[in-house]
Design a protein around this ligand. Sequence first.
Ligand code: SF4
Ligand code: SF4
Length: 260
Amino acid sequence: MFDTLKSRIFQGNQFIKDIKNAPMRDQFRGFPILKEGVEVCDESVCPTGALKTNPLTIDMGKCTFCGACQKISPLQGRGCHEVTGEGSAVTFTNGYKLASTDRDKLIVTPQSNYEDYVKSAVEVKKEIVKMFGHSLKLRQVSAAGCNGCEMELNACSNVNFDMGRFGIDFVASPRHADGIVITGPISKHMAYALEDCYKSVPNPKLVILCGACAISGGVFQNSTELNREFLDKYPIDLYIPGCPVHPLTFINGVLSYISK
Ligand code: SF4
Ligand code: SF4
């Protein structure tokens, strides 16, 4: 007993107390900042077509946050450059609150800024807060994900992020769930299982797309082995960008949707 108490005092609190304002390391690539007046910007550096240059935009629903567009090539043929040639036209901040209820809002322009995005990206609905604000049970469906997003979602429930303290948990059965979280680009082989799982969740239910693959197909978007008809058939409640999605991005995204 004494040893347990000693160990508890020695270890202190392991969970992040203020999850809504948790610090993020500087190297993390989050919300992008775009500068107007780009002289050279080669879309072909982008593996997913997230980067568009005329006009300059980045679609966070497609972006893998690989950073290729941020790098400045000495050959001036790759990446993005300002007219002056100094610095990059694209920089990534460590802003991790990237979730949105509106797919179109994931498209960042030179006029976008992180503070305004965080304030307006998630539309809070009274009925959702009332229904799920105190308890939200989710069934995760990996629809051909690479296991990157899935591992990060697992981490959401660990002692550090401790998502369960907010009443948000992953459950084993869709019958016990209030909604589904989809990762992966939705392969033909997973299309039936995904729809079956969705139908097994009682109404009312939420659908959350987690990661570039689920939102847009990501790096697999041109594969002939995908069947994304599910997304045309059923309403999507929340889009959470990333590749993979960081636990802080996921938890803050869901919290912003279900809390006042
Ligand atoms: S960071 Fe995003 S926009 Fe830039 S090249 Fe990579 S995927 Fe494309
Ligand atoms: S979004 Fe990235 S990390 Fe997530 S499943 Fe797709 S490839 Fe993997």
